[in-house]
Write a protein that binds this ligand. Structure first.
Ligand SMILES: [Zn+2]
Length: 84
């Protein structure tokens, strides 16, 4: 028995995780005016789902950067909108 290499994204779980991360402050609620980085410079593990291969990043105060897959970024935006 081999586990598949490709991680299955559970959208309900992802959404719940992002909601939780917004609540605890692990993910920022407000990024207005922050620098967005797209491409190789933004690669790293995704701060929303924890999987590698992120390609969107936002610079935050203090030089911290949050990374997203584009799909995870979309969910994050939706969840922020919900709270806004
Ligand atoms: Zn992700």
């Amino acid at each position: 028995m081999r586990k598949t290499a490709r991680p299955e994204v559970d959208w309900q779980q992802l959404r719940a995780g992002i909601r939780d991360a917004l609540h605890t402050g692990r993910l920022p609620l407000d990024l207005a005016g922050r620098d967005k980085i797209v491409g190789a410079a933004a690669s790293g593990p995704c701060d929303a789902c924890g999987q590698p291969g992120a390609h969107v990043a936002y610079l935050q105060r203090g030089g911290h950067t949050v990374h997203f897959h584009s799909a995870c970024e979309a969910v994050w935006r939706e969840e922020r909108a919900w709270r806004g």
